[in-house]
Design a protein around this ligand. Structure first.
Ligand SMILES: [Zn+2]
Length: 184
């Protein structure tokens, strides 16, 4: 399939991170390549989840691997058109971060357990009951497919503060890129 590529991750604020993504109607080689690249990009970051809009593709695909123990076998997952079919009433608070919002963390409350249905890369329907970090992660990533970020759960003032920091981060990075080019 021609090797994996680390794709640039979009940083908030970006209009592509605010869009509702379209369902995948036919799984093609382009989707398989995208999924491989997304996993590579996620592991390199490093992160435990990544949604297609974060690499600028507005389709309902996410990848995740919440195995944190470096000794344990990795479990790369690709979820196409994921849907939450059941959520527990019991909630869990977890300090979330996001590869599109570097170095910012906040405690977010979500259902503690969820059942999710999706298509795998072969187009087969899968369903699984997620708990713990997996449950938090899959909900965070599905939110991305609906144009929602974890900071959207925060009070406006806190959200604006983080957004301002990200605007500055992007400006600084752009300045570095320009300086890099000038040194050429
Ligand atoms: Zn995220």
């Amino acid at each position: 399939m021609g090797g994996m590529t680390i794709r640039p991750i979009l940083i908030h604020p970006d209009p592509r991170l605010k869009k509702r993504c379209a369902p995948v109607t036919e799984i093609t080689d382009a989707h398989r390549k995208l999924a491989e690249d997304m996993l590579e990009t996620m592991y390199a970051a490093p992160g435990i989840g990544l949604a297609a809009p974060q690499v600028g593709v507005l389709e309902r695909i996410l990848v995740m691997d919440c195995v944190k123990d470096p000794e344990a076998e990795p479990r790369p997952m690709v979820l196409i058109n994921p849907e939450i079919t059941w959520a527990s009433e019991e909630t869990r608070v977890y300090e979330e971060g996001c590869l599109s919002i570097p170095d910012q963390f906040a405690e977010i409350e979500r259902p503690a357990e969820v059942r999710v249905r999706w298509l795998d890369l072969e187009g087969r329907e899968q369903e699984e009951h997620f708990t713990g970090l997996w449950a938090t992660c899959v909900q965070h990533e599905i939110d991305h497919l609906d144009g929602k970020l974890f900071i959207d759960y925060l009070k406006p003032l806190r959200r604006q503060m983080i957004t301002r920091k990200m605007v500055k981060l992007k400006r600084d990075r752009e300045r570095e890129r320009v300086a890099e080019r000038a040194r050429g």
